[in-house]
Ligand binder design. Structure first.
Ligand SMILES: *Cc1c(COP(=O)(O)O)cnc(C)c1O
Length: 394
């Protein structure tokens, strides 16, 4: 048996069968390149689903993380630690937001945002004003509550009863949103600015601006789920900065830990004092090792770094749109959704791409690319060649 076959057999025998894995085991990586157990090389256009923002095993990030790891790995949120405080400070300074609650994942971050919105409304308006509007085709996580918040019917099965209090409105439809927000029991609107899992679907700027205005008028909290779009992915630190809005709550996760499990809820002026001691907590959230890495990542994301993300994204889109089967590219920065013609399936491109040495993702019918933000042009060109070859063969 090969190393891969051994790993696969053990995994199949002992790991819960909740993932349809590709027939590859990845052994090691550096930058945007990784290798399997046979030594086969892959260009990574997936970042572990938008997680490895600085690529595999970035030297500075390793130093930050391992330095902290050999100093203090954990002490609980009953005590202060420096990396947690410092990472929160940078997040606030770079966004104009006021406070940070660290969690361990995207779903957990959204849970925190939902709790905050409900409490804000309870404190200011009393019982009964607790409905949260989210958008059709959204994705907000896999817990029972965040599944309920997700605006896709396929996720509302088996696990009944779901958390109550979520209703859905169509994206980019201002009139429909107006009607939804007229309901006096609504306390918050939760949106992704670019729907990621839903197919890399950016919201229109006019819709987002109007949504912000409507929310302000009615004191409905605007929650922006930046679990996928945050931490430089779109060419700004957060996508809400692309849309020039001021959310009341921002959630993020994926890219902030650079590969370690970390997420956060960021509160604005209206919400910074809502959750108090005893209202919300997590054992692991904000742990010093993950936040030391986050601090390093956030410090790296200056204007030059973010401008590069945008340039690389434009470069990739330009090359892709000239390839066979490609109709157009959606998204911003290094969050790219490739619209393919009907003759091919995005899942087949991903599968065949692996054979050709490139790791990509799907988002519904689109091919989705989330390369590490530090990817070099040499790596980009190599990955694009593998995609071109794949599209040619298919
Ligand atoms: C991935 C994702 C989530 C869920 O994050 P987990 O870390 O898997 O819980 C939530 N919202 C959005 C927009 C996401 O892309």
């Amino acid at each position: 048996m090969s190393n891969y076959e051994k790993i696969q057999a053990t995994d199949k025998a002992y790991v819960a069968n909740t993932y349809g894995r590709f027939p590859v085991a990845i052994k090691k990586g550096k930058g945007a390149v990784c290798y399997d157990f046979d030594g086969k090389k892959y260009i990574d256009f997936s970042s572990g689903i938008g997680v490895n923002s600085l690529g595999f095993c970035d030297d500075g990030w390793i130093k930050a993380v391992t330095g902290q790891l050999s100093t203090l790995q954990h002490i609980s949120n009953l005590y202060y630690t420096s990396p947690c405080a410092e990472a929160a400070k940078i997040l606030c300074e770079k966004t104009g937001m006021k406070k940070v609650f660290f969690s361990n994942s995207g779903a957990e971050s959204n849970e925190g945002a939902i709790k905050c919105a409900r409490k804000y409304s309870f404190m200011n308006y009393g019982e009964g004003r607790n409905k949260i509007i989210t958008l059709n085709n959204s994705f907000h996580g896999r817990t029972v509550t965040t599944l309920a918040a997700t605006g896709q019917d396929v996720f509302h099965n088996f696990f009944f009863p779901f958390t109550q209090g979520f209703e859905f409105a169509p994206a980019n439809d201002i009139d429909a949103l107006k009607i939804a927000l007229e309901d006096s029991s609504v306390c918050a609107l939760m949106i992704e600015l670019i729907q990621g899992e839903g197919g890399v679907m950016p919201l229109d700027k006019a819709f987002v601006k109007e949504a912000e205005k409507l929310c302000k008028e009615k004191d409905i909290l605007l929650i922006v789920d930046e679990v996928q779009t945050g931490i430089g992915r779109t060419g700004k630190l957060f996508a809400f900065q692309q849309y020039d809005i001021t959310p009341d709550i921002v959630t993020t996760a994926k890219g902030i830990g650079g590969g370690l499990p970390l997420g956060c809820v960021i509160f604005g002026e209206k919400t910074e004092k809502v959750l108090e001691a005893g209202d919300h907590a997590t054992t692991f959230g904000g742990n010093p090792v993950a936040t030391a890495g986050a601090k390093y990542i956030l410090e790296k994301m200056n204007d030059d770094f973010l401008a590069e993300v945008e340039s690389k994204g434009n470069y990739i889109k330009d090359k892709l749109t000239k390839m066979p089967h490609v109709i157009a590219c959606d998204g911003m920065g290094l969050m790219i959704g490739v619209r393919l013609d009907n003759s091919i399936k995005s899942a087949d491109v991903v599968k065949k791409g692996i054979d050709n040495g490139v790791l990509t993702l799907t988002a519904k019918a689109k091919l989705r690319l989330l390369p590490p933000l530090t990817i070099s042009y040499k790596e980009i060109n190599e990955g694009l060649s593998a995609i071109a070859k794949t599209l040619d063969e298919i």
